[in-house]
Write a protein that binds this ligand. Structure first.
Ligand code: TYD
Length: 226
């Protein structure tokens, strides 16, 4: 049986990844492709427990290396128990974030550096990489505004308390944006930058062009459609 593909969506806050993941899932399903949606940190029962330690507002004040080790423990669980078994069954896996988020948030913005992140990644995943990564790009000020988390007050009023990273300030999120653009430049075969400051339909149209070129899939007529 042919292995399934692994597609990741990456980017800063408020880039509309969730909407596009839903579009992607329904588009692939309509083409008869068996696919699952998952996310990081998380994706399995154990990894979701680790997620709660990290993304919650009161998640704690982790030493950056400890934080990275937790993220990579969660990722190992995710790979071994969910991503690889699904791909071996021929399923396509779509993940909301993956190792590029660690490269950018921990490696670059939190300053752990490339050697640490690549070493950890090699230990848990070897040479494995996504088949395709969409880097959803938006000005961080606009992204934080869209996610409704642009300032302390709106963060405090927001219903979701999964905002530990959003609280790190604009300078941090500017580094995150630059980091993702750098990854796209250094991994041109795998990564495609998508301008996330467009309507959801226009964004998905661009993404479906990429799927057509990369995997020979039929073009979506309009958002989510085949
Ligand atoms: P999430 O709710 O997925 O954020 P978003 O809605 O912006 O995708 O929360 C995940 C947060 O975790 C996000 O702020 C980025 C951060 N993160 C890391 O710092 N490193 C990682 O390796 C991963 C996967 C996520």
């Amino acid at each position: 049986m042919q292995h399934g593909k692994f597609i990741t969506l990456e980017g800063g806050e408020g880039t509309g990844k969730t909407t596009q993941i839903q579009n992607l899932h329904s588009y692939l399903t309509r083409l008869g492709i068996d696919c699952i949606v998952t996310r990081e940190p998380g994706g399995t029962a154990e990894a979701e427990k680790i997620r709660n330690l990290l993304v919650q507002r009161d998640g704690g004040d982790w030493d950056p290396l400890s934080e990275a080790l937790l993220l990579f423990a969660a990722r190992r669980e995710h790979l071994v128990k969910k991503i690889w078994p699904a791909m071996q069954k021929g399923k396509w896996v779509i993940s909301d974030r993956f190792v590029d988020s660690s490269r950018v948030y921990q490696g670059l913005a939190q300053g752990l550096g490339e050697t640490v992140i690549e070493g950890l990644y090699y230990m848990i995943a070897g040479e494995f990489e996504p088949d395709l990564t969409f880097i959803m790009d938006i000005n961080p000020e606009e992204g934080l505004r869209r996610s409704g988390k642009q300032n302390q007050m709106s963060l405090d009023l927001n219903e979701s308390t999964e905002d530990r990273y959003e609280r790190l300030g604009l300078g941090f999120h500017e580094k995150v944006r630059d980091g993702f653009l750098h990854i796209a430049k250094t991994h041109p075969k795998r990564c495609v930058i998508i301008d996330a400051d467009q309507t959801p339909d226009a964004i998905f149209d661009q993404m479906s062009d990429v799927l057509q070129i990369k995997f020979g899939l039929k073009k979506a007529v309009k958002s989510g459609a085949v």
